[in-house]
Structure formats: C-alpha cells, structure tokens
Design a protein around this ligand. Structure first.
Ligand SMILES: Cc1cc2nc3c(=O)[nH]c(=O)nc-3n(C[C@H](O)[C@H](O)[C@H](O)COP(=O)(O)OP(=O)(O)OC[C@H]3O[C@@H](n4cnc5c(N)ncnc54)[C@H](O)[C@@H]3O)c2cc1C
Length: 367
C-alpha cells in the first residue's frame, strides 16, 4: 500500500491552501482532487478583506488574476434598497480562477497534486483513503477538505435543519449597462427564506448565486428558473438586473447546506478544514476566508506536534470561529424573513457605522 506523511483530500481553497503551507515548510503533502480540471462551484465568488489578506500571505496576487474590486454593498429587499460602503476593500473572482491559481501555487511549492482522483471512503482509525479505482493510500496525517461533500467514513455530524437550504449558481453575460451598474459593488437581494447575490467576475461575466429554503424552491415547482421569475416579480431592481443578463447558463446546485455547523472534535491524526470544519452562513461571504484560515491553523499545529495535534487544532479552531459563525447565523435568520429584512433596511440606511461593525464581526480572519 502507498504511504504518505500528509494526505489532503479535496483541492478547493482549504485543501490547496493546506498544500501550499505544508509544502512551503518541507512537509511534502499529497493532494487528491476528483475534478480533472478547472471548474466552477456553487459559490458567490465574494472575497472579503480577510480572505484577500490570507491569499496575499500565500503568494496569490488576486489583482493579477483580474479580481474585480468591491467597495460597496447594495442591499435590496422588495422595493427598498440601501447602499453601504464596506469596512474595507473586497473583491469578486470566479472560483474556477481562484482554485486553479491556488493549486498551481501548491505544485510550484512542491506539493504533489493528483487530479481526477476520487476518494471513495476513509478508514479514520488507520488514516487510510480508499480510492474509487480500488487503490489505498495510508497517511500519518489526513487533511479532510472535501468541502460541501461528505466522505464515507468521516461524515459530518451536521444537520441542515427541517427546511434545508439549497444553493444555486449560474454564470451569465452582462450587457454594458449592467456591467456599469455592478462596478465596484456586490448586490444582495433579500427574500422570504433566502437571498440572491450578484457580482462581476474577472472576465466581466456575472456570478449570480442564491440560496433558498427547500420549501421556497418547492413552492416554485422545484424549478430554479420559476423561482427567479417569482423573485423578479417581487423586486423591481432584481427584475431590472435580470433583464440585462444575456444568455442562459446552466445552474449548478448543492442541497442541504448545514449553515452554522462546526466540528468540535476529531479522530486522532485527522484535521478537518474549510466546510468540513465550519459552515458559515453564505450571506456574509466568509467561507473562503474560513477555508484559508483553517488551512493556516491546521498546518501550524501539524508542524508543532505532528499528527497528534489534530484534536488541539480542532478545539482551537472551533473557538476561533464560534462568534463569527453565530453572528452570521443570526444575520441569516434576520434577513431571510420579510419582517427581519423590513427592520434591517432602515438600520443599514440610517446607522451605517453599526451595520459595518456587524459585518466586521462576521470576519474570521481579522477585521
Ligand atoms: C450558495 C453559496 C454561496 C457562497 N458564496 C460565498 C461567497 O461569496 N464567498 C465566500 O467566501 N464563501 C461563499 N460560500 C462558501 C464557500 O463556497 C465555501 O465555504 C468554500 O468553498 C469552502 O472551501 P473548501 O475548500 O472547504 O470546499 P470546496 O470549495 O467545496 O472544495 C472541495 C473540493 O474537494 C473536492 N472533493 C470533494 N469530494 C472529494 C472526494 N471524495 N475525493 C477527491 N476530491 C473531492 C471537490 O471537487 C472540491 O474541489 C458560499 C456557499 C454557498 C452554498
């Protein structure tokens, strides 16, 4: 059986950042990623200043990747809207571009990256990964970074609740008018049991992403297109934006997102990263920062005490993300009800400093 000191399963931001950190200190990690090439995932593509700082520390130049600068947030609920200057500059970048850059950086630093390799299950007790092609790889330390996807043998104990959210995402072409409207801003459209977000990506296309409770999607006959038509009928600004999008992309989706979940314990030698350690409500756009921060903390623990450091890392990280995840959960519960959104809009309008403080409190990797 093949053996490796550090095995990373999953090559999203968490897994790739761990590979960069481990390889940079001579850890010779092996990373397995099931996709065969650059691909988009269900994600809004918003990167806060904490994610940007973490990427800079890893040596990723997001400006060179074409990231679109974002200084403002437009919040829209029904016919009401409020424009808020963000506490610090953020950016919009497609995950296809970001993930590819992170994996390329990991390889440059000396990590072995094997693509098109799916891990079917793991044996947590022996830290052995069983691959889809029947091969087995044993590791001293296993870094679980499969993100939104459960891995047999190491499933999260997460419950997405009685009316679980569904995440949907599409890439669309923008008319010049829409491109101008979206310059330097992210727009969030709040609706009953969900929200939709849009921003410009590096190539000028629009990332249109939303989450809706299963019941809300079911009320639209289970059709994402019908749901969007209903949302546009409730919100003139959204109708205006959608009218300026060209072409019909295809939806990517993810079901049963367990917002608010965090891992507090682990098995010896198993480090959970990214969405495998904590799932922050996506409306605050800090999941990428969590992924990068978990990779940084896990690799530091690993270099101090080896595989035995996993439990200590897991406890420290659970404490580290506790408040941001709680506050994000509270915000989500507020904005996804018509009454909560009605109360929130004038607060954002009249007390922008307070709104910025709440946003800062949701950042995991620094204010
Ligand atoms: C609707 C929605 C919108 C969001 N918007 C934002 C946003 O705007 N900004 C933000 O910061 N966060 C956002 N998030 C959260 C963000 O997408 C995640 O927190 C982030 O992707 C977590 O990174 P990760 O590396 O842990 O997992 P992922 O990005 O999910 O990556 C996991 C990787 O593992 C691979 N993989 C999975 N299973 C296996 C296997 N068995 N074998 C091998 N490889 C495997 C996958 O192919 C994938 O490449 C959003 C989430 C949702 C649901």
């Amino acid at each position: 059986m093949r053996r490796t000191p550090a095995l990373i399963v999953g090559g999203g931001p968490a897994g790739a950042a761990a590979a960069i950190a481990l390889a940079g200190r001579g850890g010779s990690p092996l990373l397995l990623e099931r996709s065969t090439g650059a691909h988009d995932v269900v994600c809004g593509g918003f990167m806060g200043w904490d994610a940007l700082a973490a990427l800079e520390r890893l040596g990723i130049d997001v400006e060179a990747l074409g990231a679109q600068r974002i200084d403002n947030l437009l919040l829209v609920a029904g016919e009401r809207s409020a424009l808020l200057a963000l506490p610090r500059a953020a950016a919009g970048l497609s995950r296809q571009k970001l993930d590819a850059a992170l994996l390329a950086c990991a390889e440059d630093r000396g990590a072995r990256v094997e693509r098109g390799v799916t891990v079917r299950s793991i044996d947590a007790a022996t830290r052995t990964a069983l691959l889809a092609d029947g091969r087995e790889i044993a590791a001293d330390a296993l870094f679980l970074a499969t993100g939104k996807y459960e891995l047999r043998g190491a499933q999260r104990s997460a419950s997405p609740g009685d009316d679980p959210p569904v995440g949907l995402r599409m890439r669309l072409e923008a008319t010049p008018r829409l491109s101008r409207a979206l310059q330097n801003r992210v727009e969030l459209f709040l609706f009953d049991r969900g929200y939709a977000g849009m921003l410009l990506q590096e190539d000028g296309t629009v990332n249109f992403c939303l989450t809706a409770a299963r019941s809300r999607l079911a009320a639209a006959g289970g059709s994402a297109e019908r749901l969007v038509v209903e949302l546009a009928a409730e919100c003139p600004t959204l109708a205006d934006r959608l009218g300026d999008m060209v072409g019909a992309g295809s939806w990517s989706s993810i079901a049963r997102v367990p917002y608010g979940w965090r891992a507090e314990t682990t098995t010896d030698g198993i480090f959970r990263l990214g969405d495998q350690v904590a799932v922050i409500a996506s409306v605050v756009g800090d999941g990428i920062a969590i992924a990068l921060e978990s990779a940084r903390m896990a690799s530091e623990h690993y270099f101090e005490r080896g595989a035995a450091a996993a439990a200590g890392y897991q406890r420290s990280f659970a404490r580290h993300v506790d408040w941001p995840v709680r506050i994000a959960g509270w915000l989500r519960a507020t904005v996804e009800t018509p009454r909560g959104a009605r109360v929130l809009m004038p607060v954002v309008d009249l007390l922008p400093a307070l709104a910025r403080s709440v946003i800062r409190a949701t950042r995991v990797g620094g204010y």
